[in-house]
Design a protein. Structure first.
Length: 161
């Protein structure tokens, strides 16, 4: 009989990263049944995430590195579980995996808020199986009203005295 195998946290993180890498190599996560556009976090959770981000992330990352085109390039079409697994295993850079799972979920909520995704009435849970059902979709860019073209002021001829 073989002795029981103890699975270390590092081994679990490695497995999660491998799964996340396979998912990201495919480009999109096909088993998602919900969208970040459906309001998958609460304002309170995003606020807790903002506080954690300010204390643990901001010294290395500017908000611009997690918003707009940069965020869209890396995360659009992937599940929230993929983002959560990456953050949980790789961040903060000086001590990866040092936050508790709820803190990582809060920071994910803050990233969604920074990317103009709507809030809802239920918090993101720190559960990879549940988060795998939520696809990261970006809100449509707002249509900017066409600004009227500036016209040069009419020049009135002046009379010489």
């Amino acid at each position: 009989m073989m002795p029981p195998v103890r699975v270390s946290r590092a081994m679990m993180v490695a497995v999660m990263c491998s799964i996340a890498t396979v998912g990201s190599a495919q480009g999109t996560d096909s088993h998602a049944t919900s969208s970040t556009l459906a309001g998958v976090y609460t304002p309170g959770q995003a606020e807790r995430g903002r506080i954690t981000y300010a204390g643990m992330c901001k010294s290395c990352h500017s908000p611009a590195s997690h918003t707009g085109a940069t965020f869209e390039k890396w995360w659009k079409g992937k599940s929230v579980a993929t983002l959560f697994a990456f953050m949980s295993s790789q961040m903060p850079k000086n001590n990866p995996g040092s936050l508790n799972p709820d803190e990582y979920a809060d920071v994910v909520a803050y990233l969604l808020k920074m990317n103009a995704m709507p809030t809802g009435t239920r918090e993101l849970v720190a559960d990879s199986t549940t988060l795998a059902t939520v696809l990261i979709e970006m809100p449509q860019k707002t249509q900017r009203a066409a600004k009227p073209k500036a016209t040069a002021p009419a020049i009135k001829p002046t009379r010489k005295p």
